[in-house]
Design a protein around this ligand. Structure first.
Ligand SMILES: Cc1cc2nc3c(=O)[nH]c(=O)nc-3n(C[C@H](O)[C@H](O)[C@H](O)COP(=O)(O)OP(=O)(O)OC[C@H]3O[C@@H](n4cnc5c(N)ncnc54)[C@H](O)[C@@H]3O)c2cc1C
Length: 482
């Protein structure tokens, strides 16, 4: 069976739903999403639960560490399984890309258009009318204790972590409505349906179709079996692992990968799957002495952002914050809190690849010696905070705390894991750069009719959780794609 549409969008996550919604202004749109659609209005679990049933995840594993690397699956993608922490990053994150058309000033209008900021809508850099609500929750007792420590340690107070250049302590910016997670599933799907987007859930794009180098559509496998969709423009928004996998399966990728898969090459691009980036984090688990102190908080309480001094690198940024473990792990004691030490300026790079046996992922966390040193410093600072809270009787620190044992760099390397911000595997850049996969207009090099718009195009990961940057890319796609 074959059908035609003006725009085919593959992947309905943070970027894909924005892309499909805006594409409806240019004709017919089919959105193929491999995972489920739980309908409108969004059910309560999609707003309030943090550990969802298995169909809502793609399960990957870091082949070096054996640690889990989940990805969201289903309408909303990562925004339906994530913690709704909503940061944009700093202006210099975008300016440092040096990609024409993608400076901070050029990305800001999309950041404004996609949000309605509940507290700071009047500020020039915020929006008041977009579908994603941005809010800061009130501080609970643990947040107050953390922020007192930050003040005594000399950090500045930040009312709005999304103000350009904000550094210091204050409440997390989150994408929530009535306390519930409000990502693209809740926020954009109703508008996309109303605009006429043909949303096909449980439908996987198995292969892109080409006539020479022109992408003409894709083979989809849905509840009614295989379907060929022909389209004037195809935009792949399948995420940091789903996008390179689909490109590789379709003949776009590094030559050795295509040869191993036995796929005829359409465009040989060594950059597909390379440049994998993520923010590494180390978790310092403690218990609050009074469970009322944490108010059943997922990631939405107090946040400290600061820069580490380093004569060899500018703006090396760290995050420190605490969250209650139980919403993510029902077996955890109600008192368990993970204090997070995160490096937001990683220089380590990993790789995603596809072989006949399936995907292989290596994040490369802390393989760069500078990253490992920075992480050890952030862990030391976080331990100071935890020790101060323990001295005040707010938390109890385990006697065998890993961060007190031996060499801090080795200790950090032993426990480091993912902040779930995988990106960069189809990096955007100049056509003359051999690492480039998509050009600044989001076209896939060596092809026509094919674009990528999602977290995979990020050339350098911003100093931010990656939902808002991914939404910004999806929002902008239809302004750039021919
Ligand atoms: C557990 C977890 C917690 C996180 N916490 C936060 C947080 O609190 N704050 C934050 O800012 N970021 C967070 N992130 C990261 C953030 O959610 C992602 O960076 C963001 O969703 C990426 O957007 P995307 O559009 O690139 O991909 P996604 O949102 O992952 O969307 C890709 C979509 O494509 C679909 N797809 C893949 N392959 C195919 C195919 N072949 N055919 C059809 N469909 C396909 C997938 O099922 C998925 O729905 C978290 C991520 C995870 C996994």
């Amino acid at each position: 069976m074959s059908t035609h549409t003006d725009t085919l969008v593959i992947g309905g996550g943070a970027a894909g739903l924005f892309c499909a919604w805006r594409a409806a202004g240019r004709g017919t749109v089919i959105l193929a999403e491999t995972g489920p659609d739980a309908g409108d209005p969004p059910p309560a679990w999609s707003l309030y639960d943090y550990l969802l049933p298995d169909p809502h995840y793609h399960r990957y594993t870091d082949e070096t560490t054996g640690r889990a690397l989940p990805q969201g699956r289903g309408l909303g993608g990562g925004t339906t399984v994530n913690s709704a922490a909503a940061l944009r990053g700093q202006p210099w994150c975008y300016d440092d890309w040096a990609v024409p058309g993608w400076s901070w000033a050029e990305c800001l209008p999309a950041f404004r258009a996609l949000e309605s900021d509940r507290q700071f809508a009047g500020d020039a850099y915020h929006g008041a009318a977009g579908p994603i609500p941005i809010t800061r929750l009130g501080a609970g007792p643990l947040d107050e204790a953390v922020m007192d420590w930050c003040a005594h340690a000399g950090f500045d107070h930040v009312a709005d972590h999304n103000a350009p250049g904000a550094l210091g302590y204050g409440m997390w910016t989150t994408n929530r409505h009535d306390g519930g997670r409000w990502g693209t599933y809740a926020g954009v799907t109703p508008a996309a349906r109303a605009a006429g987007v043909d949303i096909r859930a449980d439908t996987t794009a198995t292969r892109l179709l080409f006539d020479g180098n022109r992408c003409t559509g894709a083979e989809l496998l849905g509840p009614e079996g295989p379907v060929t969709v022909l389209a004037d423009r195809i935009v792949v928004c399948a995420g940091a692992f789903g996008t390179p996998a689909l490109l590789m399966r379709s003949g776009v990728g590094p030559e050795p990968v295509l040869r191993e898969l036995g796929v005829p090459p359409v465009s040989v691009l060594p950059g597909v799957g390379a440049n994998l980036q993520d923010h590494p984090w180390c978790l310092l688990d403690v218990d609050v002495t009074d469970v009322a102190a944490i108010e059943a908080r997922p990631v939405s309480g107090a946040l400290l952002r600061y820069e580490l001094p380093d004569p060899r690198a500018a703006h090396v940024e760290a995050e420190i914050f605490a969250w209650q473990a139980r919403p993510y792990d029902p077996a955890a004691p109600a008192t368990r809190v993970s204090f997070t030490a995160a490096l937001m300026t990683p220089r380590s790079r990993g790789r995603f690849t596809l072989g006949p046996g399936g995907p292989r992922v290596c994040t490369g966390h802390l393989t760069n010696a500078g990253d490992a040193r920075h992480m050890a410093e952030i862990v030391t600072r976080t331990a100071e905070l935890v020790d101060a809270l323990a001295a005040d009787g707010v938390v109890a620190v385990p006697a065998d705390a890993w961060w007190r044992a031996g060499d801090p760099v080795a200790a950090a390397r032993a426990v480091v894991s993912t902040y779930n911000h995988h990106s960069g595997t189809c990096r955007m850049g100049g056509a003359d750069d051999p690492a480039t996969v998509v050009t600044p207009d989001l076209s896939v090099l060596g092809t026509t009719g094919l674009s990528v718009a999602d977290s995979s195009i990020l050339p350098i990961i911003p100093r931010a959780n990656t939902t808002l940057p991914s939404m910004m890319i999806g929002y902008r796609a239809m302004d750039l794609v021919a």
